[in-house]
Design a protein around this ligand. Structure first.
Ligand SMILES: *[C@@H]1O[C@H](CO)[C@@H](O)[C@H](O)[C@H]1NC(C)=O
Ligand SMILES: *[C@@H]1O[C@H](CO)[C@@H](O)[C@H](O)[C@H]1NC(C)=O
Ligand SMILES: *[C@@H]1O[C@H](CO)[C@@H](O)[C@H](O)[C@H]1NC(C)=O
Ligand SMILES: *[C@@H]1O[C@H](CO)[C@@H](O)[C@H](O)[C@H]1NC(C)=O
Ligand SMILES: *[C@@H]1O[C@H](CO)[C@@H](O)[C@H](O)[C@H]1NC(C)=O
Length: 297
């Protein structure tokens, strides 16, 4: 009996969305919504979420269906049929009811015009994202991926020029559909403000007499030429007693240490624009033999 009740409840609740529906319509709470069936058939029948008896007050006339006084149970998947043949489907949702901020945050690993954004939303929602490019043109909608209420999308501005000063911010628009509601958010930013480089690579440590010689390379994703896309490096080394020491290096990809460090790591950032440091590289251990030699001195 309980199983039966559960089954019926599942069948009549709004379908859980797994992808952004090709056609949707947003209505105001308690307002009327007119759904059109895109067909040449003169008479059609309607279902809501696959049910022939919808949980809404409806007026069907020819190819249109009017939902009177839209409320949450009336939201969902409206399909029109010619007998057993599915003609068209429209997903109807209620416009956002004072949804709190989605806390959108974006990050670029360099000045190539590509970046990644993430935000929060209801667990049941599906989202898509669209960019207004730096030249003013409008990009395509990109489906977002999401898990447990955290969503993300990767976007590219193909008109972005890394050598020109950014005069206009990029505009990001997000659209989401939960089972019953429409969510909408828009944010704008400059790429230069969201750049966080990848970590520097190929950090090597060599014994040179009494000193340690460190060398590294910029992150592979960082643009060239170096003279234009400078990097500020931050080295961190750990002494045998556990003390960590930071050292900044600008305009070079090597340095020498006098200290008896037993491991080192490195990060970097754009010295002129965004102040975000890259993640650290993995720790590089100084070889045991090198340490013994250092302590002997
Ligand atoms: C209606 O259907 C036709 C043919 O399938 C399609 O080309 C057209 O874009 C549809 N119009 C709308 C508003 O969905
Ligand atoms: C809406 O219902 C139709 C017919 O039952 C189905 O083919 C379609 O996949 C459903 N769409 C969504 C988004 O649930
Ligand atoms: C927004 O996101 C950032 C990082 O993702 C987090 O630190 C912060 O607490 C969030 N703020 C709110 C209001 O959720
Ligand atoms: C969604 O937001 C954008 C920008 O904030 C706005 O132009 C658009 O009309 C909104 N769409 C709906 C359906 O409210
Ligand atoms: C660790 O060693 C360094 C240099 O050998 C010294 O300057 C520092 O005071 C020491 N720190 C502690 C906590 O012993």
């Amino acid at each position: 009996m309980l199983v039966l009740v559960g089954l019926v409840l599942c069948l009549t609740s709004a379908d859980t969305l797994t992808a952004f529906p090709p056609k949707f319509q947003v209505g105001k709470l308690n307002g009327d919504v007119v759904v059109k069936c895109n067909t040449s058939e003169q008479q059609v029948t309607w279902t809501q979420n696959g049910e022939p008896e919808p949980m809404a007050e409806l007026v069907a006339e020819g190819q249109t269906l009017t939902i009177l006084g839209l409320d949450l149970p009336a939201a969902g998947n409206y399909s029109c049929w010619a007998g057993p043949i599915l003609l068209d489907t429209t997903y109807v949702v209620v416009s956002g009811t004072g949804e709190k901020g989605m806390n959108v945050s974006c990050q670029a690993e360099s000045y190539r015009g590509s970046f990644h954004c993430s935000w929060t939303g209801p667990r049941s929602a599906v989202f898509r994202a669209r960019l207004t490019h730096s030249d003013g043109s409008l990009g395509q909608w990109v489906p977002a991926s999401g898990r447990r209420g955290r969503f993300s999308a990767s976007l590219v501005d193909p008109t972005f020029c890394p050598f020109a000063e950014e005069l206009h911010p990029l505009q990001l628009q997000l659209e989401g559909l939960s089972d019953t509601s429409y969510l909408n958010s828009s944010t704008h930013f400059f790429i230069r403000d969201i750049v966080r480089p990848d970590p520097p690579q190929e950090l090597t440590v060599q014994q040179w007499g009494e000193q340690l010689h460190l060398a590294w390379a910029p992150p592979a994703s960082w643009p060239l030429p170096k003279s234009y896309f400078a990097l500020l490096y931050r080295l961190q080394y750990e002494l045998p007693n556990g003390t960590q020491v930071d050292e900044l290096v600008e305009g070079a990809e090597e340095t020498r240490l006098q200290a008896p460090a037993w491991r080192v790591r490195i990060s970097c950032r754009d010295p002129y624009a965004s102040p975000a440091w890259s993640p650290w590289s993995p720790w590089q251990s100084v070889g045991a033999a090198q340490q013994r030699q250092l302590r002997a001195h």
